[in-house]
Design a protein around this ligand. Structure first.
Ligand code: RRO
Length: 310
C-alpha cells in the first residue's frame, strides 16, 4: 500500500488531503476535530485583526453540485487563533494560518504576528469575494499586490502563500505568476470560491441568500473545471519553483487524482467537508491511494503534473 505523502514549500504533509479555509474551522472545537481527523494539516479560518460576526443570515446554502455563500469573514480575530495554536500543536501536523487585511498595514501586522507564532505556514488570502471595498479589490490591482509583497515577503522564515481567485483570462494569470516568481512566493492556493455569482429561487422569485442582494461565492462541483484549469496554468507557469494547493470541487479520490495530474502538490477540501464532516479526509485519501496503486505509481511525485496531451 502506498502512502500519498507530499510536501508544500519544503514542509512534509502526511497525505495529499486537508481542509480548505472557511469550512468548520473557526472555533477551537472545530479545529480540534480537524486535528483528530485524517486531514493532513489544520487550516484555520481566514482571520482579521478584529473579530467579525460576518454577514446577515441566511448567508449560505448547499446546492446539488456545490455550495454558495456570502459569509463575510466571520472569525474570532487573530489574537484568539494565536491562543489556539499551542493547543493545536498536540496533533503534530502542519498548522496553516490564513489572514485577510483591510489595508496593506493590516496584512503586514497579521503576517508578522503569525511569523512569530508556532504555525508552520501562512496563507495570505487576497481573494475573498464577499468583501465590498472602495475601488478595485487588491487581487485585481497588481501594483497593490507588489506593494503588499514588498511589505510581507521578508518578515520571517515561515513559508507564505497566496490564496488566489479564479483567473478567467490567461494574461492576468501570467502577470500574477510573474509576481510570484519575482518575490519567490513559496506556495499558492488556487482557487477561492468564484465570486459575483447569483442564484435565484424561481418559485419564490427571490435570491437564495440575504447579504449583498443575493450575490456570493460559488464552490464545489460547479467550479472544479475552473479550478483545474487554474492549477494547470500555474503549474505550467511556475513549474517546480512554487508548491500548489489545489482547491475547488474535490469530492473523491478521482478528483484529487485529476488535480495531481494537473500539477497540484496537495488539495484542500471545502464543500465536501461541509457535507460529509471529517471522515471525508480519510475516504478521499484512501480512494486516491487506491487509484495510484492500481495504476502502478508509487508516490505523488511519480505523476504530479504529468497530464498527457492529445
Ligand atoms: O468569509 C467569507 O465570506 C469568504 C472568504 Br474570507 C473567502 O476567502 N472565500 C469565500 O468564499 N468566503
Amino acid at each position: 500500500m502506498i502512502t500519498a505523502k507530499t510536501k508544500i514549500a519544503g514542509i512534509e504533509f502526511d497525505s495529499y488531503i486537508f481542509n480548505a479555509s472557511g469550512i468548520k474551522d473557526g472555533t477551537l472545537e472545530e479545529l480540534e476535530e480537524i486535528g483528530k481527523s485524517e486531514s493532513s494539516a489544520i487550516m484555520l479560518k481566514s482571520c482579521t485583526i478584529e473579530p467579525r460576526k460576518g454577514n446577515e443570515k441566511p448567508r449560505e446554502i448547499n446546492l446539488p453540485f456545490g455550495y454558495f455563500q456570502s459569509e463575510g469573514l466571520p472569525n474570532l480575530g487573530y489574537r484568539k487563533y494565536l491562543e489556539f495554536i499551542p493547543k493545536l500543536k498536540q496533533y503534530k501536523k502542519p498548522i496553516i494560518a490564513s489572514v485577510v487585511g483591510f489595508s496593506l498595514e493590516e496584512y503586514r501586522v497579521l503576517v508578522k504576528t503569525f511569523q512569530e507564532s508556532e504555525v508552520d505556514l501562512i496563507e495570505v488570502n487576497l481573494s475573498c469575494p464577499n468583501i465590498v471595498e472602495e475601488g478595485l479589490p487588491i487581487v485585481y490591482n497588481f501594483e497593490k499586490i507588489k506593494e503588499l509583497l514588498d511589505k510581507i515577503s521578508n518578515l520571517g522564515e515561515k513559508p507564505i502563500g497566496l490564496k488566489l481567485p479564479a483567473y478567467l483570462c490567461y494574461v492576468l494569470q501570467e502577470k500574477m505568476a510573474d509576481l510570484i516568481k519575482q518575490y519567490n512566493v513559496p506556495f499558492i492556493a488556487s482557487i477561492n470560491s468564484v465570486g459575483n455569482a447569483l442564484i435565484i429561487d424561481p418559485g419564490k422569485e427571490t435570491t437564495l441568500i440575504k447579504p449583498q442582494k443575493g450575490f456570493g461565492g460559488l464552490s464545489g462541483g460547479y467550479i472544479k473545471p475552473i479550478a483545474l484549469g487554474n492549477v494547470r496554468r500555474f503549474y505550467e507557469l511556475l513549474k517546480d519553483k512554487v508548491s500548489i494547493m489545489g482547491v475547488g470541487g474535490i469530492k473523491t479520490g478521482q478528483d484529487a487524482f485529476e488535480f495531481l495530474l494537473a500539477g497540484a502538490d496537495a488539495v484542500q477540501v471545502g464543500t465536501t467537508f461541509e457535507r460529509e464532516g471529517v471522515n471525508c479526509f480519510q475516504r478521499i485519501n484512501k480512494e486516491l491511494e487506491e487509484i495510484l496503486e492500481k495504476k502502478g505509481y508509487s508516490s505523488i511525485s511519480d505523476i504530479r503534473g504529468r497530464l498527457k496531451y492529445l
